[in-house]
Design a binder for this molecule. Structure first.
Ligand code: PMP
Length: 340
């Protein structure tokens, strides 16, 4: 028998999918870890589970308690679903700029949603800071505890990837992996997977794929946190060194523009049937850059972070794309115009 005993056991152990066209173009084997196949359709289910388990182990969260978080959406979806499975309620603070599909999913999962204007981290009304204050206030009134998940600086997040994502990739490739590349939201995935892979073979190259508007490409190439431009991608793009990023073993960094990323996302859907969000495009672009640097014959792993339907109103919307000056593939134009 092969039975997962509930949602919690269905998180992780995702397949590694060989990306045919990226591999052909580089002469390397480029593998995508299919995190969109998690129950909440994103990589963040792993962090959500570890954060909740850590809060329970510390005694901060008791049955019926509340988990509070500021999130671009995916962590909130993971927390809400794991919360439902384990008997916790969720309160999610989200910047209003995030996709409608993610907000709808959060409400469907029973989360109490607090939408706030998208303002910089330095602003006291930033969604992360609002969620921290809300958790503090609820802790006073909730009899079973209220916990701030604090995904950016709670290292239970990267522990999920040290204990699951990294070891899975090592086992799935029989240790034949030369590089790992991904983008950073909290840094949990990159730092945690990087730490786990380096512990097994220090020669594995760990690369950051950074969208425009983030400050980490500049940090890891010049030592200075500086950003320029902006990106339509969601869930990634960091302006500071979070606790999860501290000491991350990062060897190289690539800055990826939206045009390059969305072209890859469209290509993967049209030719390989993989329906992914924008951050997966940034990741695959980064993996291709590292593959070109290392030369043919190497194996590079990256993360396919979440499922594309979460962005149908933006990334897969010709009107939105044109507004942003991004290319619209003919098939997408036709699929939107087609009568039902
Ligand atoms: N892609 C998407 C779509 C995400 O939601 C996130 C998490 N916010 C990431 C990538 C980045 O993951 P991490 O927080 O582990 O850096």
């Amino acid at each position: 028998m092969d039975i997962r005993n509930g949602l919690v056991e269905a998180i992780g152990n995702t397949p590694l999918i060989k990306l045919q066209r990226a591999s052909q173009a580089t002469g390397c084997t480029i593998l995508g870890k299919a995190e969109f196949l998690n129950p909440g359709q994103s990589v963040k289910d792993r962090a959500a589970l570890f954060i909740i388990q850590d809060a329970v182990a510390r005694g901060a969260l008791r049955p019926g308690g509340v988990i509070v978080e500021g999130t671009a959406g995916n962590t909130g979806i993971g927390l809400a679903l794991v919360g439902n499975a384990l008997g916790f309620r969720s309160v999610i603070v989200i910047p209003e700029t995030q996709s409608q599909e993610k907000k709808d999913m959060l409400r469907l999962a029973g989360a109490t949603l607090v939408e706030v204007p998208a303002v910089a981290y330095a602003n006291p009304n930033n969604y992360v800071k609002v969620s921290g204050r809300l958790a503090e206030a609820l802790a006073e009134t909730e009899p079973n505890g209220a916990v701030w998940a604090n995904q950016f600086d709670n290292v239970a997040n990267r522990l999920a990837h040290i204990e699951t994502t990294g070891p899975e990739i090592w086992a799935q490739t029989n240790g034949k992996v030369d590089g790992f590349v991904c983008a950073v939201g909290t840094g949990g995935t990159l730092a945690g997977t990087g730490i786990a892979l380096k512990a097994r073979n220090p020669a594995i190259r760990i690369g950051l794929a950074d969208p425009m508007g983030a400050a980490l490409y500049s940090y890891y190439t010049t030592g200075e946190l500086k950003s320029e431009g902006s990106s339509i991608t969601e869930g990634i793009g960091q302006g500071r060194i979070t606790a999860n990023l501290e000491g991350a073993p990062i060897d190289c960094a690539y800055q990826i523009g939206d045009a390059e990323a969305v072209e890859i996302v469209f290509d993967l859907l049209e030719h390989e049937g993989l329906c992914l969000g924008g951050s997966s495009g940034i990741n695959v672009a980064g993996a291709i850059r590292l593959a070109k640097e290392l030369g043919p014959g190497h194996t590079i792993v990256t993360i396919l972070c979440d499922f594309g339907t979460r962005y149908q109103s933006k990334l897969f919307n010709p009107v939105f794309l044109r507004e942003k000056g991004l290319p619209v593939p003919g098939w997408l134009e036709r699929s939107v115009d087609a009568p039902n």
